[in-house]
Design a binder for this molecule. Structure first.
Ligand code: ABN
Length: 172
């Protein structure tokens, strides 16, 4: 049988089995599903993973609280605690839930979305405390306040330090 004929037969059989209304309903469901996909919570822990290999040496910038990407951080800089600005120190685990900020990079003039994951499983690091919290709201607006131990969902909920991971360029 020719491909045209096969396609025609399949289309006719489908038309017999489905009404226009059910076809429109399925199409609507498909489009709604596709539109909601970007809103689903996504586990971004992979970007702030605990190191499997030796941690790279942190740069001076990464150990400086004024570094642009720390604009909304609240915690000890992991770059001063045996990790870097993006990787947790050995023996700690990154928190799957995080505080998200938007920071301006004066180097390229762009705004970036930054995730501040806490590294968990050891007592507080105690070095390079950095409390910038740009965009934070007072404690009475809990969902807008960064004074939170994001290790709360980890098996080991001790807070050690915080990393800052760039997730992407902020859209204007
Ligand atoms: N997100 C850092 C942190 C940890 C414990 C308590 C307050 C803030």
């Amino acid at each position: 049988m020719k491909p045209d004929r096969i396609f025609e037969k399949a289309a006719r059989s489908l038309a017999k089995r489905t009404s226009r209304r059910s076809l429109l309903a399925s199409l609507g469901q498909l489009l709604t599903g596709a539109a909601l996909l970007p809103l689903l919570p996504i586990d971004r822990t992979a970007r702030a993973q605990s190191p499997s290999s030796p941690v790279a040496k942190p740069t001076a910038d990464e150990q400086n609280c004024e570094y642009w990407k720390y604009c909304a951080i609240d915690g000890f800089l992991c770059a001063c605690c045996g990790g870097t600005s993006t990787s947790c120190p050995p023996g700690t685990q990154s928190s799957p839930i995080t505080w998200i900020g938007t920071c301006h990079n004066p180097g390229d003039g762009r705004d970036y979305i930054v995730s501040y994951n806490d590294c968990c499983g050891k007592v507080s690091c105690g070095d390079c405390f950095c409390d910038r919290n740009e965009g934070e709201k007072p404690m009475y607006r809990l969902s807008r306040n960064n004074d939170v131990n994001w290790c709360m969902a980890n098996t080991e909920s001790n807070y050690h330090c915080s990393v800052s991971v760039i997730l992407g360029v902020a859209q204007k």
